[in-house]
Ligand binder design. Sequence first.
Ligand code: ZN
Length: 98
Amino acid sequence: MLITCPYCGPRDVIEFTYQGDGNRERPDPASQNFEAWNAYVYDRLNPAGDHNEIWQHSGGCRAHLRVVRNTLTHEISSVAFVRGDHGSSARHKAEDKA
Ligand SMILES: [Zn+2]
């Protein structure tokens, strides 16, 4: 399976570390709503199809990526930075390698 890192281009999945389900919403850290914290820590989706996931390019640029992967075919339909655009310098760097 290949994941196309926005910085580094297509790389084998062995360079990436799965960081978890990208659908979870972390409760307010000051919250004492134990049901919300329990759901955040333990509840997981198990879809047969597209799934939002967080991956880190741990063997490369170390960026955290939001990946939409089909759990049946492993086809990846989108890859984006978790924290959005990293600025124009990052875009130029990616364009230079293209
Ligand atoms: Zn990368």
